[in-house]
Design a protein around this ligand. Structure first.
Ligand code: NI
Length: 185
């Protein structure tokens, strides 16, 4: 089921998500809904708080823009190591139409539970490394604009408020259509 994506600024997007005690059918349903929602919005990553659920769950699929990748479900993800530096122009499904350069680790190692609740580790570079850092940020209540200067952030905040006001009379799905960006995370 495609869920509604919260648009920043929203108080839920500022909250820290809670660890998942057990990967059960309820969590798998959430992960399925999240990947369906991500694909419907043409995104390459989505974190549970973006659909209003404060649980440490993320889905990522960078395969449209990175060779050898596939859909990843990560529950309770932890960045165990980061290396190098890179700058990437990031977008976010919760901040439609906006994109800015953000400094990140070039390479990360992340440990998480998979769809079956089994622990695994992923070594990532390029877009997958960016997506993992962007989505784990969401679980801490941080969005990419929090990495920008306050001037840039306030300009984006103003545009988002205008966008929300324009769409207030429409169905939530219409805002989603505005979300398209080549690296929406
Ligand atoms: Ni995002």
């Amino acid at each position: 089921m495609v869920r509604e994506i919260l648009i920043w600024p929203d108080p839920v997007l500022k909250q820290k998500s809670m660890a998942v005690a057990k990967v059960d059918d309820g969590i798998r349903r959430l992960l399925d809904d999240m990947s369906e929602t991500m694909y419907a919005a043409d995104g390459v990553g989505l974190a549970a708080p973006q659909v209003g659920v404060l649980k440490r769950c993320i889905v990522i699929d960078t395969s449209p823009r990175q060779e050898g990748q596939k859909l990843l479900h990560l529950v309770n993800p932890v960045i165990v190591k980061g290396e190098g530096e890179t700058t990437y122009t990031e977008g976010c499904l919760s901040i439609p139409g906006e994109s800015e350069d953000v400094d990140r680790f070039a390479k990360v190692w992340v440990r998480a539970l998979d769809y079956a609740g089994k622990e695994f580790e992923v070594e990532a570079d390029e877009l997958l490394a960016i997506a993992l850092q962007h989505e784990t940020d969401h679980l801490e209540g941080t969005v990419f604009v929090d990495h920008l200067s306050s001037l840039k952030r306030e300009l984006i905040r103003r545009r988002m408020k205008k966008l929300k006001a324009e769409h207030a009379s429409e169905k939530p799905g219409d805002v989603k259509k505005a979300a398209h960006h080549e690296s929406a995370l």
